[in-house]
Design a protein around this ligand. Sequence first.
Ligand SMILES: Cc1cc2nc3c(=O)[nH]c(=O)nc-3n(C[C@H](O)[C@H](O)[C@H](O)COP(=O)(O)O)c2cc1C
Length: 276
Amino acid sequence: MPNKKEIKIRPFWYSDIWIFPKLINIITSLDKDGRINAAPYSFIMQWDVMHFKPQIMLGFRQDSHTFLNICETGEFVINCPSWDTLEDMMETARFWPAGVNELDHTNYTMIESRKVKPPSIGECPQIMECTVDEIQKLKRSNGIVIANIEAIVMDEGLAEMSRAERIKAMNLPIGLGDEKRLDYFYCDTSNVVMHTLKDNLDAYRGAGAKTNMEWDEGASEALMQIPPAVRALVIDNTEAAAKEKGHSIVTLKFFQELAAEYGMDDEVMERFRSGG
Ligand SMILES: Cc1cc2nc3c(=O)[nH]c(=O)nc-3n(C[C@H](O)[C@H](O)[C@H](O)COP(=O)(O)O)c2cc1C
């Protein structure tokens, strides 16, 4: 094991010192006059994961054109470029005055989005169309945007592939930070390995299953099929829905109907049962 040493924390530590492998996304947005803007962003993470309100969280420099546009118009598109278009992606990172469409300086093709006004980028295999739910302007740093996912759009054929095939076909670049604010580092996903999680269903069957109202036997058993990581969330959502409908007990029928409504169909449940 190597010896360790403490490192001085400097401004931009997150980029210059700490290695944060990150997904690269190009965000397209419109200003209040309808002018297109595009720029790469990595500070993006899933937030509310449930079917009815799938949300994503993003962080921006507060004076960036993208953040200002999102505050003004409430809509944007997250486009994931593939490795083959890295040069064009970097072109969108250059500073251009407000109102300049960075995509005009690239080989990217703008295509119409399905649910929002800003255009999507045709060459990007994976696209997410978003509308703003909440904006927080943090005092010392970023503007945080929590947004509703209005549509996920993918190249035809990708959704049907296995994950291994899809990772290969998309070939998304991973960002590895920069040096001197000019030299950006990337790697591709050619070295992908799959690890199977060793789990023992019996060991965690009862974990995290603290219900606050009565569940009948069938519903309790079905609940045990939900992995511990999301079980508390499922209990909360189910009990809130049951109370809203005036039920005092969660029955298997109610649980199954709700699961179907949430898109937790047999295929998803099977994935949970097999620990995936
Ligand atoms: C790969 C990559 C990822 C980036 N991620 C972020 C980010 O998450 N947040 C941010 O504020 N800026 C990020 N930037 C910097 C912005 O893209 C850059 O400041 C850009 O000029 C902003 O453009 P805009 O003012 O048109 O929005 C990133 C740049 C690159 C190249």
